[in-house]
Design a protein around this ligand. Sequence first.
Ligand code: FES
Length: 101
Amino acid sequence: MGKDLQKVKRIAFICNGNSCLNKGAEDTTVQLRAAIAANELHDEVHTIRTRCTGQCEHGPVVFIHPDGTWYKGMLPELTAGLVKNHLLENNPVEDNIFFHP
Ligand code: FES
């Protein structure tokens, strides 16, 4: 059975297009999901692997919905900080944002 969508507050789209995968997006995906679980955010943050999001020069790319925040260079070691600061404390990590509306 799928996740209870009533509880989902954010969705993290993790680019798994070829360019991002070549820059480590598989590890980014695994580490981001592990950090979400470790912070007990599994119910309120859903993750989705995507194909190319059209922003290859910024890879690995992670997009946070509904905030509209685009993260660049999301190497695996940066995912714990994204989860703690943005998803837990609502404090986006400015250094790795390349677009925010
Ligand atoms: S492969 Fe990730 S933005 Fe193109």
